[in-house]
Design a binder for this molecule. Structure first.
Ligand SMILES: C[S@@+](CC[C@H](N)C(=O)[O-])C[C@H]1O[C@@H](n2cnc3c(N)ncnc32)[C@H](O)[C@@H]1O
Length: 280
């Protein structure tokens, strides 16, 4: 199997991925496409990169798009990632909003395989005994079909459940399946469903969410796309709503200003009345 990859092939796949996802491979990083191209060759039974390229150019179909997006997205996630934001959300922000408005609309905007959403559900139940989960309307979305399939199965490997999930919560909220995997109990998952949404190309519901978690995804976007997605997120958050980003993420590179607020030691951005606005 020859692995000589011509520049026009790298250019083609880099542009394809950028157009579909916003994930950008500059020429200096083209080597990062090598293993993806090799995997695609195996998947579509092509002997050479040229054969794969011809297939994509001449016979492109939805499956080819889905497989390539799955290969190029990084679905890294784990339970209670960064810890503090989950305490703030489930002890303070969500209970307060439920008390004020009767319900909360929450969106996990790059939910990957679901650990973020399940951490919120478990946190709510643990920190607020008897909490009525139907008061939190959760939207959970991702672009990766592979991630969504796993999230919608609510099933995790023994390695997954060792990452961030206390043993006490594992036995309380999961059933062990005959194959050794662990499934989130249906009594807690029955209101949850994960759906496809592309942050780059899809529209967001305007003025709708009280809390948006958009964590560890905008780091893969360039300045223009980050600005565009942040603007759509801004429009989607209700007044006094909260945006949670990843611990290493900031608004640098966008011209959107918003109020930073520390809640229980975790950093959030708040859309206060008239205070979230574009810089002059
Ligand atoms: C590193 S994971 C983060 C998961 C979780 N939010 C966390 O912080 O643990 C990034 C996720 O963003 C998704 N993603 C990448 N580009 C996207 C896009 N344009 N639209 C929607 N999701 C995207 C990937 O499929 C992946 O599941």
């Amino acid at each position: 199997m020859s692995m000589e990859i011509k520049k026009e092939i790298y250019d083609f796949f880099a542009k394809f991925v950028y157009d579909k996802t916003g994930i950008f491979y500059p020429e200096k990083d083209y080597y990062r496409l090598d293993s993806r191209i090799t995997t695609l060759m195996g998947h579509f039974q092509c002997e050479t990169p040229d054969e794969l390229f011809n297939l994509y150019v001449t016979k492109r179909n939805k499956d080819m798009e889905v497989v390539l997006i799955d290969l190029c997205t990084n679905n890294e996630t784990y339970f209670f990632r960064d810890n503090k934001p989950f305490d703030a959300l489930t002890k303070t922000i969500i209970p307060q909003k439920v008390a004020q408005n009767g319900y909360v609309n929450l969106w996990s905007a790059a939910s990957s395989t679901g650990q973020e959403v399940l951490s919120i559900v478990m946190g709510l139940l643990e920190n607020n005994p008897g909490f009525d989960l139907s008061k939190v309307k959760i939207t959970a979305t991702d672009i990766s079909q592979r991630a969504l399939k796993k999230a919608n199965s609510f099933t995790y490997s023994s390695l997954d459940v060792q990452r961030g999930l206390p043993a006490m919560l594992l036995v309380k909220y999961f059933d062990q399946l005959p194959d050794g995997q662990w499934q989130f109990k249906s009594e807690f998952s029955k209101h949850l469903r994960y759906e496809t949404l592309n942050l780059l190309t899809d529209n967001f519901k305007p003025n709708f969410y009280d809390v948006i978690c958009c964590r560890n995804v905008l780091i893969y976007q360039n300045k223009e796309n980050k600005q565009m997605i942040m603007q759509k997120l801004f429009d989607s958050i209700r007044s006094d709503g909260f945006l949670l980003m990843g611990s290493g993420e900031s608004l640098i590179g966008t011209d959107i200003t918003l109020t930073q607020s520390s809640v229980d030691g975790a950093m959030f951005f708040v859309k206060e009345n008239q205070t979230w606005k574009k810089a002059a």
